[in-house]
Design a binder for this molecule. Structure first.
Ligand code: TXA
Ligand code: MG
Length: 311
């Protein structure tokens, strides 16, 4: 299969056509690129799992065109509705009790569904023109680094899907925060751009996964092929050592990628996956990653680095 790369202007109508045929297409969101298909069509969703080589035990996030879709596919509590009103459209995913309208393949048979509303203008235009919710995991092969540009999607899924809509680089660069909405209590299942501090204004917050399938599945995830080691005082371990630097550089590395030279954690998040991908392509023996401060979105960056390091 040939994969077309189209800009917004020509791409939106074609994306909607393909979605209506039950074919998945890659779309930009404000977090990372997603591989989207009609969420209420189980066969279309099955094609997502196929293209990504994703195990069927790993459920998908449903992206809705507008807020009124939330009660059509789920049973949101007052707390869930308050969070949706505050943070949507945006990088927050709510795990709430599902309605029967959602196919089992989307939830991996669980009684909850993960829902979000993307704020990316291209994604919004497509989902609103299509008029149905879209199931969309990150547009990478299973277990690999999430794509933050259209070129990344091509290198992950080129030849496996018909269309990538190019919406430029993703603003946040890491995946949405996932929060399980419990009775008067929130459990963060995956850290992301919306922080625990942001959420704690609504209800007490704890960290998760308990009782549900862990997002990002296993301990190892978001992983480059080259071994990655977190090292607070990195020094070259041979001539083919790469450095994923926080903001200041080390000496003597074959390749150094900076997350943010100005020490800005939001910029670091936006650069993280592209930098990991470039290091992974540099034929290194090992990548040393400097830890970043675990404040604000820094906690989500460190969660990704720990998963990339676990193998
Ligand atoms: O930013 C994002 O969330 C991106 C963009 C494309 O929207 N999507 C994304 O999807 O990161 P994905 O599939 O790569 O990660 C979603 C995670 C999965 O690891 C899955 O285990 C978890 O969400 N998940 C989905 N449904 C769930 C549920 N009902 N309960 C708990 N976890 C769930
Ligand atoms: Mg993913």
């Amino acid at each position: 299969m040939k994969t077309l790369l189209l800009a917004q202007k020509d791409g939106i109508a074609r994306a909607v056509e393909l979605l209506a045929e039950g074919v998945p297409v890659a779309l930009p969101t404000e977090t990372v690129y997603g591989l989207a298909a009609h969420a209420l069509d189980p066969v279309a969703c099955a094609r997502i799992f196929e293209a990504k080589e994703r195990p069927l035990s790993d459920p998908l996030i449903v992206h809705i065109p507008s807020l009124d879709w939330l009660p059509r596919i789920a049973f949101p509590s007052a707390l869930a509705l308050a969070l949706a009103e505050r943070f949507w459209p945006g990088p927050l995913t709510l795990v709430v009790p599902r309605r029967a309208a959602i196919p089992d393949i989307v939830t991996a048979g669980q009684e909850t569904v993960a829902v979000r509303m993307s704020g990316h203008p291209v994604f919004q235009e497509v989902v609103q023109a299509f008029g149905q919710p879209l199931a969309a995991p990150s547009a990478n092969r299973f277990g690999r680094i999430s794509p933050t540009t259209a070129a990344h999607v091509l290198s992950e899924l080129g030849g496996r899907i018909p269309l990538v809509l190019d919406g430029g680089s993703c603003a946040h660069g890491i995946e949405s925060t996932i929060v399980s909405v419990l009775e008067n209590h929130l459990r963060i299942l995956r850290q992301g751009p919306v922080t625990a501090e942001d959420l704690s204004a609504f209800a007490p917050v704890s960290y998760g996964p308990a009782g549900v399938l862990a997002p990002g599945g296993m301990a190892s995830h978001y992983a480059p092929r080259t071994p990655l080691v977190i090292d607070a005082v990195p020094a070259p371990r041979g001539p083919r050592t790469g450095l994923l630097a926080w903001s200041a550089g080390g000496e003597g590395f074959a390749v150094t990628e900076f997350l943010s030279r100005s020490g800005d954690l939001r910029e670091a998040a936006a650069n993280l996956y592209g930098a990991m991908r470039r290091l992974d392509e540099a034929r290194l023996d090992v990548i040393l990653a400097e830890p970043v401060p675990e404040i604000g979105i820094g906690a989500a960056i460190m969660e990704r680095l720990r998963k990339a390091a676990a193998r």
